[in-house]
Design a protein around this ligand. Structure first.
Ligand code: FPP
Length: 247
């Protein structure tokens, strides 16, 4: 195997691998523009990068990868661009259904899928069902996702459970966490944003309370395993205190 963040020819070992990495896929449009290509060519290249990075994460032992592929605001883009992204999603879901068992990969979609086509919703349910039969690396793709909307949804689901007698007592952080799309999954240790912007854009607002952030100007389609190694090396240089003090 080639050198990577865990093993290298010098025999050095990384200190600590994030269990969960979250990535905002940004820069596809600019990548395409630089090459005189339509924006959807950038999304196609970005989806290939997603495949490479997910494979690499699995290979080095990251347990969860969550990517922000389509926000609740992205519907404002042209019909052509939106349908291009939905076609890519369709393609990836088909591939996932074919390969998940063989590759031992779970795949989940986070977000309000009710606005997606019935066909896509069906494919998402199918990947959910297969995921329940597998243990292993999990890729979460956020589609029609917004962090604030996720928190409101969780609160609403909790309120419904209280009204219908399925929940009672004081609402705690632990209880509300159980209503998030990410219920049962550890919070991201590392949040990566390629594409040169320095904001969180309504991504995993609840879950990123203590995540380490890594920003890079590299556009998402150009993001390589080496770039991920750099992000993990930066993560390893951080002093995570979770609000406490170092003893
Ligand atoms: C952001 O770049 C990217 C998106 C809004 C779409 C990302 C979607 C995919 C990569 C395809 C489907 C994904 C998977 C995982 C199957 P941008 O268009 O905002 O880039 P720009 O800032 O350069 O314009």
């Amino acid at each position: 195997m080639a050198d990577n963040i865990l093993n290298n020819s010098a025999g050095e070992q990384a200190k600590c691998l994030p269990r969960h990495i979250a990535i905002i896929l940004d820069g596809n449009g600019r990548w395409a523009k630089k090459r005189g290509l339509p924006r959807n060519a950038g999304h196609l290249a970005g989806s290939e990068t997603f495949r490479n990075i997910a494979t690499y994460c699995k290979e080095i032992g990251v347990e969860y990868l969550t990517v922000y592929a389509f926000s609740t605001e992205n519907w404002k883009r042209s019909t052509e661009e939106v349908s291009g992204i939905m076609r890519l999603l369709d393609k990836y879901l088909h591939e996932a259904i074919r390969d998940m068992r063989k590759k031992n990969i779970r795949m989940k979609v986070f977000g309000d899928i009710s606005r997606l086509s019935p066909k896509l919703q069906e494919l998402i349910h199918e990947t959910d069902e297969i995921s329940q039969q597998i243990e292993g690396f999990q890729a979460n793709i956020c589609i029609n996702y917004g962090g604030r909307a996720e928190i409101v949804r969780a609160a609403q689901l909790y309120a419904n459970d209280v009204a219908e007698g399925r929940a009672e007592g004081e609402l705690t952080e632990e209880k509300l966490e159980g209503y998030m799309y990410s219920a049962g999954i550890p919070d991201p240790d590392l949040l990566i944003r390629p594409g040169g912007e320095y904001r969180i854009s309504n991504f995993l607002l609840w879950q990123c309370a203590y995540s380490e952030f890594y920003f890079t100007d590299v556009l998402w389609p150009d993001f390589t395993p080496e770039e991920l190694d750099k992000a993990i090396a930066s993560y390893n240089s951080r002093d995570r205190r979770f609000g406490g003090v170092k003893t």
